[in-house]
Design a protein around this ligand. Structure first.
Ligand code: N2P
Length: 365
């Protein structure tokens, strides 16, 4: 009963924020048919975020299809974009977030999906079947979704540090000087500062962005590092006690170190969805679609979520997801919490401004 309540709250919440979902369809039963391969690919090169899949999924795919999955990792959407723009031609699958999908589509960097090869797309929740950043799922398939907030050591913080003030208010941050991390990510870290200041994290106002820059520079002396790969491990290693980071990474670390926990700040944070997309330069599009179809199977999608502690867009996976994950309000947030979250969007002409500010923050002493 509780699970049903949590799920209905989630559905309501997502419908509030994931605007533009027209032509929604009922989730269908898993399709059995597997697409035929035109060419016998023996390798599939995926460029992914770190620790973002159960490695056994790669092994099982390899055993089933004889295609070896080779993974490289990146740490930010901007790093991914730069690599693909620079002509990196070796990748068959990449995993950009929502706003970056929009940018990559506009730049002509992605191949259109052949839906006939991905029948398991029918397993997606209606809320992820027609996202505003990729209408009709023309190019990509949603992979995992989560939030950006605050991870912490609960032995140090008896009450959850549920405010960005723990990082941005100098009087509070001074207490944890040198024991705070922030993501090494322009949109995320500037976004957190904008949220603390009460602005939209998609603002294009130069004045608001300058204010966010000053705040980040003022905060820098308290920061141990800007890190998007080890931030959760740094708490486990007692190097830091609090950080700005992605929900699932903290929860995953909590499996081995129960002192670690995660909270969505009261001022709000980011809700995001990452997506599997095929770069235009891939020579193994069929194998890439085979892999996408493979992980859209409910039990495989659940296996991934049970490993990453991020939400799955595959509705049919819910019955295989650990109840501890499905019932965790910071993973499947209530409608009320979702109202405080914002999606990062492509800010168009303001993008260089964000990049300049982030460069200045990183270069400041
Ligand atoms: C996984 C990182 C999640 C990606 N380690 C954030 N979009």
């Amino acid at each position: 009963m509780k699970k049903i309540l949590v799920l209905s709250m989630l559905l309501l919440a997502l419908s509030l924020v994931l605007i533009g979902c027209q032509g929604q369809q009922e989730a269908a039963a898993p399709a059995e048919a597997e697409p035929a391969q035109e060419e016998a690919a023996t390798e599939l090169h995926i460029y992914n975020w770190s620790e973002y899949i159960d490695p056994e999924v790669y092994t099982a795919f390899e055993e089933e299809y004889g295609i070896k999955v080779i993974e490289d990792t990146f740490s930010s959407n901007e790093e991914l974009l730069a690599k693909i723009q620079a002509g990196a031609a070796g990748y068959d699958l990449i995993v950009p977030s929502d706003y970056m999908v929009e940018i990559m589509i506009a730049e002509g960097l992605l191949a259109e999906l052949n839906h006939a090869n991905v029948p398991n797309i029918a397993n997606l929740s209606a809320l992820f079947s027609d996202p505003p950043f990729d209408p009709g799922l023309t190019y990509c398939v949603p992979y995992q979704w989560g939030t950006t907030g605050i991870g912490y050591n609960s032995e140090v913080f008896e009450d959850a540090p549920a405010s960005w003030a723990y990082i941005f208010d100098p009087a509070m941050a001074a207490e944890y000087e040198g024991k705070i991390t922030m993501l090494n990510d322009s949109r995320e870290s500037i976004g957190a500062a904008l949220k603390y200041l009460g602005y939209s994290l998609n603002t294009t106002s130069e004045a608001e962005l300058e204010e966010a820059k000053e705040l980040l520079i003022q905060t820098k002396p308290f920061i141990f590092s800007y890190d998007s790969d080890q931030f959760e491990d740094l708490i486990a290693a007692d190097e830091v006690v609090i950080g700005h980071g992605w929900s699932g990474d903290y929860f995953m670390a909590a499996v081995d170190d129960e002192r670690i926990w995660y909270v969505i700040p009261e001022e709000g944070g980011v809700v995001w969805a990452d997506n599997l997309c095929i770069p235009l330069t891939s020579k193994n599009q069929d194998a890439a679609e085979l892999f996408i179809n493979y992980i859209l199977q409910p039990e495989i999608a659940a296996q991934i979520t049970n490993f990453t502690w991020y939400g799955s867009p595959v509705e049919a996976a819910n019955e295989f997801i650990d109840p501890e994950i499905l019932e965790e309000p910071a993973i499947y947030p209530s409608a009320e919490t979702m109202e405080r979250l914002e999606w990062i969007q492509d800010v168009g002409d303001a993008t260089p401004l964000y990049e300049r500010i982030w460069t200045e923050v990183k270069a400041s002493e």
